[in-house]
Design a protein around this ligand. Structure first.
Ligand SMILES: Cc1ncc(COP(=O)(O)O)c(C=O)c1O
Length: 363
């Protein structure tokens, strides 16, 4: 049955949908000269105009997350995947190790990459449960001399989200690529937090790093200056040309979040959206979510059809209803609905209506 509604919804895990207002601002910025003559995106990154944008972006982020003054905010390139290597290279002394908590696909990638650069160890793994729950912090084996303990706050591909974070004797370092700005956060509990921007902060090309200044150390031999946290902190992320378009988008996304009540308001919406979808899944005989209920992600809802061969029909009909990119992670399969801050409640309501109707015809 074809859809008669005009609005289409993008459930992609990233790059993800932008709010209509931010999309409009971006189009205006690209299409028109600013009042002063030269659009912001064509101005030198060292000039007052673009510097002002970077300073405002940092101030918005600091306000929204309550980032303490003794933390630096860095704007980097290379995505979160580059950080998988840059963390050990920047944070560890030669020969020093770190501990990694393996909660799913992305935590594993971070761990495997770090192994190439330092003697890191797996502190705990959820592999035995198929990554359907987070290993209990009491069981994490974190050596006292580890430089840090790494975790992934939200497993984008597995649909698993950490609900709280333990106090450890070593700094916590967190990949928050998929849930930064979706809930309040006690930044002071972490040594460093990083997040690519293409989910909740605009388009791809930028990675935020929030780091306690006392962890900054001079670049070790072999580490390119452009990827040294200390160099970037010293030079306000203008060591070389920053990704101007991605920074512009992040700025407008942060304004958009601030105007809508900040992260507390985002968290309330997040809960509302995901509850609607999980309730639909749990009440169904066709859909199934294997993740432990109290650790299910509020941003990436991952589930499957009990009748797996029906999945292709499901995706095809969803597309015809304007419900796009519901396929699970390419390495994991299943269905995934990514509900980042820009997803309106109506998008999830439409998805739930479609799923119920699909089940009534195929269940
Ligand atoms: C939790 C998490 N970490 C890291 C990444 C990798 O980010 P990037 O592609 O920007 O390197 C992703 C991408 O989806 C992710 O979801």
């Amino acid at each position: 049955m074809a859809c008669t509604c005009s609005e289409a919804y993008n459930f992609a895990a990233g790059p993800a949908m932008l709010p209509a207002e931010v999309r409009r601002q971006l189009a205006e910025q690209l299409g028109h000269a600013a009042a002063g003559g030269v659009p912001l995106l064509e101005q030198p990154f060292t000039g007052a105009g673009f510097r002002g944008l970077m300073e405002e972006t940092e101030a918005l982020l600091r306000n929204l997350l309550g980032i303490p003054d003794d933390y630096a905010v860095l704007f980097m390139q290379g995505g979160a995947s580059a950080q998988f290597a840059l963390l050990p290279l920047n944070l560890l002394a030669a020969g020093q190790g770190a501990a990694y908590v393996e909660t799913g696909h992305w935590a594993r990638k971070a761990f495997v990459e770090a192994c190439r650069h330092a003697p890191v160890r797996c502190a705990a793994s959820g592999a035995a449960t198929g990554y359907t729950s987070v290993p209990a912090p009491a069981d994490w084996q974190v050596p006292a001399d580890a430089g840090y303990c790494h975790l992934t706050s939200n497993e984008t591909g597995n649909g698993l989200q950490m609900q709280d974070f333990p106090q450890l004797p070593v700094p916590l370092v967190a990949d928050m690529t998929s849930d930064l700005l979706t809930r309040p956060l006690a930044v002071e509990r972490f040594g460093a937090i990083y997040a690519s921007t293409q989910k909740n902060l605009g388009v791809a090309g930028l990675c935020l790093v929030i780091i306690r200044r006392e962890l900054l150390r001079p670049p070790r031999p072999g580490l390119p200056s452009a990827f040294s946290y200390a160099v970037l902190a010293e030079q306000n992320s203008r060591f070389n040309t920053p990704p101007t378009l991605a920074l512009y988008c992040a700025n407008r996304m942060l304004r958009w979040v601030a105007e809508r009540g900040g992260v507390t308001a985002m968290a309330a919406l997040c809960r509302q959206r995901s509850r609607l979808l999980y309730d639909c899944i749990d009440a169904s005989a066709l859909y199934r979510c294997a993740v432990r209920p109290d650790q299910r992600s509020a941003v990436n809802v991952c589930f499957e059809l009990r009748d797996r061969p029906l999945s292709a029909v499901f995706f095809g009909q969803a597309e015809a209803h304007g419900l796009h990119h519901l396929q699970g992670h390419s390495a994991l399969g299943g269905v995934r609905a990514s509900l980042y801050n820009a997803m309106p409640l109506e998008g999830v309501e439409r998805l739930v209506d479609f799923m119920r109707e699909f089940e009534s015809r195929h269940g």
